[in-house]
Unconditional design. Structure first.
Length: 82
């Protein structure tokens, strides 16, 4: 998921985010475009991923901390880092 998850009209992406198995969830920046709210319309960068994380955690009904741990695990697995 990218910063578009934070957009007001992102109802469908949030519904999808709530249903995807936790082992399949990832976030990304989509740099340099599609910055999340509250920076929508500006150039995007990785420092804004916290807003995407927050929107994803909210959509899934999870804590940001638990979701961060899962995202790290998913990333390590995806890239084959042990």
């Amino acid at each position: 998921f990218s910063g578009t998850l934070t957009f007001t009209n992102a109802r469908k992406p949030r519904e999808v985010a709530a249903r995807i198995p936790k082992e399949s969830v990832m976030i990304e920046t989509d740099c340099p475009y599609l910055a999340p709210v509250p920076y929508r319309g500006k150039l995007n960068h990785s420092g804004y991923m916290k807003f995407t994380l927050s929107a994803l955690a909210d959509a899934r009904g999870e804590s940001e901390t638990a979701l961060e741990e899962q995202l790290l695990k998913n990333s390590l697995e995806l890239f084959g880092v042990k």
